[in-house]
Design a protein around this ligand. Structure first.
Ligand code: PA5
Length: 431
């Protein structure tokens, strides 16, 4: 299997009867998800997307990616939140493997003028295309970045050629971006109505940037389809996603209200960022939810490690284990052994990393931090597709167990209201 969930190192923190009770609840909520009888059921399009995706749109995505590959050194991807993190997670997880494909820069995910200028400078003298992604078509951060880079691309290539280099991913029918795309003749891709931002990585939102970066999106979808089979069809005993949902809710009941996702490979950093949005936005509402945090190890063992080992005992840790990278870098022997590392001369860096992981897990468990582990078979598209689906399905079920609607995000509107008042935004024009 590409994904294995293991909670052996959490079993000391709860009794078997608690799991039996939670199992019942989880099975019920899983059924609710499949029946589409829970709250937010109008946003369950992600469940079947690995099998029922729009084949025509998929081919269009692949041809656009091919064109971008031919005519661009760089693809600037403009989007925020659910219209950003999935693509970035996949590209950072995989891209080390695709030399010769366009670089991808991410813009419009903040309001930093220095970042806009930095990207502008990095684009000087290079051929580029833009993919602006916004389901609503009105989000401020990407809209501002798009204005800037649209001007830049038009100045560089002229309006007509620029239009052929701008790809818009948005709602099928409505929104400012849809209207603009129609008027300017940009190629458009659809964010399906029944899929929310944080569940959209396997739609054009994620797929176009991922394909343009050189990844095999067929494999990604195949991995997700395997996930659909395993995590939607299988019963509790053999369903890792349901078990993960169960165990994290038991731990929450024990007062463990912070979950730290820990990766031992830098390519997992944005996978954790994507995961943080998925769980944070899905579960953090109505005064409830596990706070999702993340650490990059072993780096953060030298900073956050202190807190994990020894701070408030309100956390549990979920390790993303990608320790079999297949890289054979030996530590190597030195004659004088001044750094004292000769005892590792014949060992690989992977071996040392794995030993650090095993050592940290044991130390954290001994220190009162339950440990869950998700093992990834390989750094490839198939594993990643399955991993996306694993977390998505676990999150849906887990949110229902918690008693919230895992598919809305009313809380994200509050800062916008204040910001718009401060900015003096006029009444929104209805399109
Ligand atoms: O999950 C969400 O709904 C948000 O994170 C959105 O994805 C984010 O605000 C971007 O929205 P939009 O795609 O409409 O620009």
């Amino acid at each position: 299997p590409d994904i294995i969930f293991d909670y052996e190192n959490a079993k000391g923190f709860f009794g078997p009867e608690e799991l039996v009770q939670m199992e019942e609840k989880v099975k019920q909520k899983h059924k609710m998800l499949l029946d589409r009888s829970g709250s937010g059921s109008e946003f369950l399009g992600w469940i079947d997307i690995p099998e029922r995706y729009d084949r025509e749109e998929f081919e269009k995505i692949k041809s656009a990616a091919q064109k971008i590959r031919k005519d661009s050194d760089v693809l600037v991807v403009i989007g925020i939140g659910g219209s950003y993190l999935g693509a970035r997670a996949a590209i950072e997880f995989l891209q080390g493997r695709y030399p010769g494909y366009p670089e991808v820069y991410f813009a419009g995910n903040n309001l930093s003028s220095t970042q806009i200028l930095e990207i502008k400078q990095r684009l000087e003298g290079r051929d580029f295309s833009l993919n602006v992604i916004s389901k609503s078509g009105t989000t401020t951060e990407p809209a501002i970045a798009f204005r800037f880079f649209k001007r830049m691309i038009q100045e560089k290539y002229g309006k007509a050629e620029a239009s052929g280099r701008i790809y818009v991913t948005t709602d099928k029918n409505k929104g400012a971006l849809k209207e603009l795309a129609g008027k300017e003749g940009y190629t458009t891709f659809v964010v399906p109505d029944d899929i929310g931002g944080r569940y959209s990585v396997l739609t054009a939102v994620g797929l176009l940037p991922i394909a343009a970066a050189g990844a095999d999106v067929d494999e990604l979808m195949a991995g997700a389809a395997l996930g659909r089979n395993k995590f939607m069809e299988a019963g509790f005993e053999s369903n890792d996603a349901l078990q993960y949902a169960a165990v994290r809710n038991i731990l929450l009941e024990k007062g463990k209200n912070i979950e730290i996702l820990a990766g031992y490979e830098p390519c997992l950093h944005y996978v954790a960022e994507w995961w943080k949005q998925l769980f944070g936005e899905s579960e953090g509402k109505d005064g409830k939810g596990i706070f999702p945090a993340a650490v990059d190890l072993t780096s953060d063992l030298h900073s956050m490690g202190q807190y994990i080992q020894d701070g408030q005992r309100c956390i549990f840790e979920t390790v993303l284990d990608l320790s079999n990278t297949g890289e054979e870098i030996l530590v190597g022997e030195e004659e004088d052994d001044l750094d004292g590392l000769n005892y590792l001369a014949e060992k690989t860096v992977d071996f040392v990393n794995r030993s650090a992981m095993k050592g940290a897990i044991k130390a954290h468990v001994d220190g009162g931090v339950p440990n869950l582990k998700v093992t990834l078979a390989a750094r490839n598209e198939r594993t990643l597709g399955e991993l996306f689906y694993f977390f998505e399905s676990a999150c849906g079920v887990s949110g229902y167990v918690l008693g919230v609607n895992p598919f809305d995000q009313p809380g994200v509107e509050f800062y916008k209201k204040n910001m718009f008042t401060l900015l003096g935004k006029p009444e929104i024009r209805q399109i």
